[in-house]
Write a protein that binds this ligand. Structure first.
Ligand code: BTN
Length: 325
């Protein structure tokens, strides 16, 4: 009920009488007052005027389940939201929730992670109160080899969601880093639980640097929305916007089970397209010209001798010739 009352106050933008709230939710005035008190304790500025009712003046930058749920405009993506003030890793939480039978679309959101995971076994710095750490549970009817493309789908949705909420132009560094001014703003980690030829569930985890001001020495290629725009951005609307885009992009992806329907969108965001890149294989590296992605989401590159290669995410890493992009 808290999320619904919050939504009602926000959408009205004016005073809502206690009576109206009581009638809408079929609860007592005391129950409504209790919810208002809780909201105030959580940092919401809710004005209470005897003859007029309640009016919301300002909202804190919180990402509680109620706050995020009250902004969610989707059918299934991000429903339900499970919030952790602190947890090891939202990817781990979603894996467990998936094993326990949680529904397709369940979203785990944390304010802080103590064991945030990055790609290639790296850790993901996860300080509290300033960033977004979220993972969505998916139960796609796909063969396992197609699941890695979901990372590219999410990259599109995150880029679109961020640009809806902040005054910034982001791009995608293939396959799934979101970058601004040549620095990394977002990381995405997709993990899967499978049988031999069957997906049990997929976890797509997203880490967005939002209001963080400085980064440790070893990750100087990182940036945040605050560093790029000079403005603080509220995190819950970003989460809701990403989920809204993801629901749409996922539908397009599932129609063909490949990137063909999202190709234009993804290619328009791809920073590597038309640039020289360095392909780093396990024991060797080579320079090539990146032409774009194909329907499978592979990066298509032309070597200096003219031969064309299709690069699969996860097997190699791609850098700019002069640095990170
Ligand atoms: C990368 O290395 O670029 C991927 C980083 C992914 C980080 C996110 S934060 C939310 C989710 N939980 C994790 O432990 N990792 C992902």
């Amino acid at each position: 009920m808290k999320a619904e009352i919050l939504k009602m106050l926000r959408e009205t933008g004016d005073y809502v009488s206690g009576q109206e709230i009581c009638e809408k939710f079929g609860v007592s005035r005391t129950a409504v007052w209790k919810v208002i008190r809780q909201l105030q304790e959580e940092g919401y500025q809710v004005e209470a005027v005897r003859s007029k009712g309640y009016r919301i003046l300002d909202e804190p930058d919180v990402i509680t389940a109620e706050e995020v749920a009250s902004l969610m405009e989707t059918e299934w993506a991000g429903k339900p939201v499970v919030y952790y003030p602190e947890t090891d890793s939202t990817n781990i939480r979603i894996r467990h929730l998936g094993d326990e039978g949680a529904p397709h679309g369940t979203l785990a959101v944390a304010d802080r992670q103590t064991a945030g995971r990055g790609r290639r076994g790296r850790t993901w710095e996860s300080p509290g109160g300033s960033c977004i750490y979220m993972s969505i549970l998916l139960r796609p009817e796909l063969t396992p080899e197609k699941a890695p493309m979901l990372t590219l789908v999410m990259a599109c949705s995150v880029a679109e969601g961020i640009m809806d909420c902040a005054d910034v132009k982001v791009q995608i560094k293939w396959p799934n880093d979101i970058i601004v001014s040549g620095k990394k703003l977002v990381g995405i980690l997709t993990e899967m639980s499978t049988q031999v030829d069957y997906i049990n569930h997929v976890t797509v985890g997203v880490g967005i640097n939002v209001n963080v001001q400085s980064f440790p020495e070893e990750i100087q290629t990182a940036t945040s929305l605050l560093s790029e725009t000079g403005k603080r951005v509220k995190r819950a609307p970003v989460i809701a916007a990403v989920m809204r885009h993801f629901e749409e992009d996922y539908k397009i992806f599932m129609q063909t089970e490949d990137m063909s329907g999202l190709m234009e969108k993804y290619s328009g965001l791809l920073i590597n397209r038309g640039r020289e890149v360095l392909i780093l294989e396990k024991d060797s590296e080579y320079k090539a010209f990146a032409e774009g992605i194909n329907q499978k989401g592979e990066l298509v590159v032309r070597r200096e001798d003219g031969t064309v290669e299709k690069i699969c995410a996860g097997e190699v890493s791609v850098r700019g010739v002069y640095g990170y992009v």
